[in-house]
Design a protein around this ligand. Sequence first.
Ligand code: C2E
Ligand code: MG
Ligand code: MG
Ligand code: MG
Length: 282
Amino acid sequence: SVKESGKGDFHFYDQRFYDALRVRINQELELRQSIEQDQFVIHYQPRLDLATGVTSSMEALVRWDHPTQGLISPLEFIPLAEESTLILGIGELVIDKVCAQLAQWGTTGQSLVPVSINVSPRQFNEVNVPKLLSSALARHRIAASLVEIELTESLMMAESPDVSSALTAIRRMGIKLLVDDFGTGYSSLSQLQRLDFDVLKVDRAFTSEIERTERGKVFFKAIITMAHALGMRVVAEGVENEKQLDILRTLHCDEIQGFYISAPLPPGDTQPVLTQGSLPAK
Ligand code: C2E
Ligand code: MG
Ligand code: MG
Ligand code: MG
């Protein structure tokens, strides 16, 4: 660091700073162009209903189809996009793409299940999300019941009256609200007490713990008991093996999602998990 090293290193430090800044500005420029040129694709990851063995819903996960680098994970560009208004453009694109895809699946007579869309806190603070959703649904002639919204706990942290009235409006439209990555944010319990959610998606950190320790299992069971008492269904995220699935069954978890069931799939590959279910054959 600058403190430890001699004066001569200041130049080096500045250079690194400006290099990082240049990379950052380039990334932002590229991301801006990617929105104008619509370089995004959506993959769909099924959620399996443990009681029936059928796919109950799919999660829309965006990928940047970069002209030279191929598919880029949202973990690499969503955080950057969230630091500027770029997330608003991407968020709008994702909603539009999902509705267009649902309409296309509908007209080609393919099986349909609801699709959940991840919405960033920043979208709620800066645009009218209920209006964005209702106009996309109308434009593509899609029933509101085919769309669900996933929200991270950080959003709920912001105790803004505007955010909670937007959430209420979305729910009144018949769109389900899901808590995403439950257990990783702060203040989750008090927020759950205040707001109505339909589904609690428990973060994969808790899923991986159930097969490791008795404590992990007891903990997951307590989350399920609480969620059920509040009228919510529970989804375990990040299920990666049969042992986890079996334990989740004994805990009366409602649904599971994870690589053991299916990775996120390109839209053309989703039909088999909808018609045959997504439970792996034993
Ligand atoms: P998320 O909403 O919690 O989505 C689940 C992530 O976990 C996905 O990563 C998924 O591929 C991955 N995953 C699923 N099953 C497993 C498993 O069994 N094991 C492991 N290790 N991972 C699993 P992905 O697609 O890279 O997305 C990362 C995050 O990016 C998402 O986390 C979500 O927060 C964000 N994201 C994705 N699409 C959008 C979007 O359209 N809008 C916004 N605002 N955020 C998005
Ligand atoms: Mg999600
Ligand atoms: Mg999640
Ligand atoms: Mg996550």
